[in-house]
Design a binder for this molecule. Structure first.
Ligand code: NCD
Length: 337
């Protein structure tokens, strides 16, 4: 489904989804990320890898962490970054996604980082982007958010060393969560032993168990023996009906506080992609507590995005070079005569 994201050697030329990627490819991305974390410890936090390249951040939906860490990642690789503010752009004058993209491409950029409220929109952008330009998914509808999943995998690997044998719980609004979907694919591919999804039935997508997860409607059964607890935000902006009795009832049953966290393993880590809603899905004592790695996730987001940007842009460049060599060879052989 996402074949378009690979070049002829099976490497990423776009980064659209973790679904269908091999364990080797995801592990390589985590290993590359490991190298890039070291850059932040230098006195000058910069590498010249993408010097002279232009990266455009095109966010059709609100974002704090994802957009700023993509920008920082690009700057730490010495690229030039353009942030297009959609609220003040021509989209509000009725321009289509295709026309906006065509215009940005005409500005001769090397990479588009796109977030959109429609599932599948970034795939569409990749299909309409010429060779040489990488497209990176920064979240599409409730479909996928691959860089978030990879920064989560990196955080888990840092704390638990390996995925084999791990039991992971994902709690909350699974129905609307692109983060949960990408995390499930990544965890299953990387070999996590068990993934539990915990939510009221109204917030669970139909046939979620076909992804190989265990479905729980209670924290008591779902958190048992878990090494990792991932909390999700209630995506009220994507809910168009009454899916919850009340927010306080939700917190009573699915919110995590220190007492409920004890249902998981004593050394479990607590994660959340942000933005967190204190007192709605997570208590401050947990969000700010010793088991929380929520802010570490943000830090690692920069290195993961450095790995994704440098890989996709380099592979696009390599493809262009291969194409140029082929054309030159054909011309030398008289093929273009
Ligand atoms: C998430 C998103 O936008 O999908 N946040 C993020 O990217 N860090 C999750 C959310 O909005 O709840």
């Amino acid at each position: 489904m996402h074949e378009i994201q690979y070049d002829e050697l099976g490497q990423y030329r776009h980064f659209l989804s973790v679904e269908g990627s091999s364990e080797a490819l995801l592990t390589k991305l985590l290993d590359d990320t490991e190298q890039f974390t070291a850059v932040a410890e230098r006195r000058v936090k910069k590498l010249p890898l993408l010097n002279g390249k232009t990266i455009v951040n095109l966010f059709f939906e609100p974002s704090t962490r994802t957009r700023t860490t993509f920008e920082l990642a690009a700057k730490r690789l010495s690229a030039d970054v353009l942030n297009v503010n959609i609220a003040t752009s021509s989209t509000s004058k009725g321009e289509t996604l295709r026309d906006t993209i065509a215009n940005i491409i005409a500005m001769q950029c090397d990479c588009l980082v796109v977030r959109h409220s429609t599932s599948g929109a970034i795939h569409y952008v990749a299909e309409h982007t010429p060779a040489g330009i990488a497209v990176v998914n920064a979240g599409d509808g409730s479909h996928s958010h691959p860089t978030q999943a990879m920064l989560d995998m990196f955080t888990i690997r840092r704390h638990k060393q390996q995925f084999t044998g791990l039991k992971v719980a994902i709690v909350g609004d699974i129905l609307h969560s692109r983060v949960a979907r990408s995390q499930i694919h990544a965890l299953k591919t990387l070999g996590a032993a068990q993934v539990n999804v915990i939510a009221p039935l109204t917030l669970l997508p139909k046939s979620i168990e076909t992804l190989g997860v265990e479905v729980h409607t209670s924290l008591t059964s779902g958190l048992k023996d878990c090494d990792v607890v991932i909390m999700l935000r209630l995506q009220k902006e994507r809910m168009n009906g009454a899916l919850l009795a009340s927010e306080s009832e939700y917190y009573q049953q699915y919110g995590i506080d220190q007492a409920r966290l004890k249902l998981a393993k004593p050394d479990a880590i607590v994660m959340h992609p942000g933005p967190i809603n204190r007192g709605l899905e997570i208590a401050s004592e947990v969000a700010d507590g010793p088991q929380s790695v929520i802010l570490e996730q943000v830090t690692y987001g920069i290195a993961v995005r450095m790995a994704v940007l440098s890989t996709t842009i380099a592979n696009q460049q390599q493809q262009l070079n291969n194409l140029a060599t082929k054309i030159a060879e054909t011309a030398n052989n008289g093929g273009l005569a």
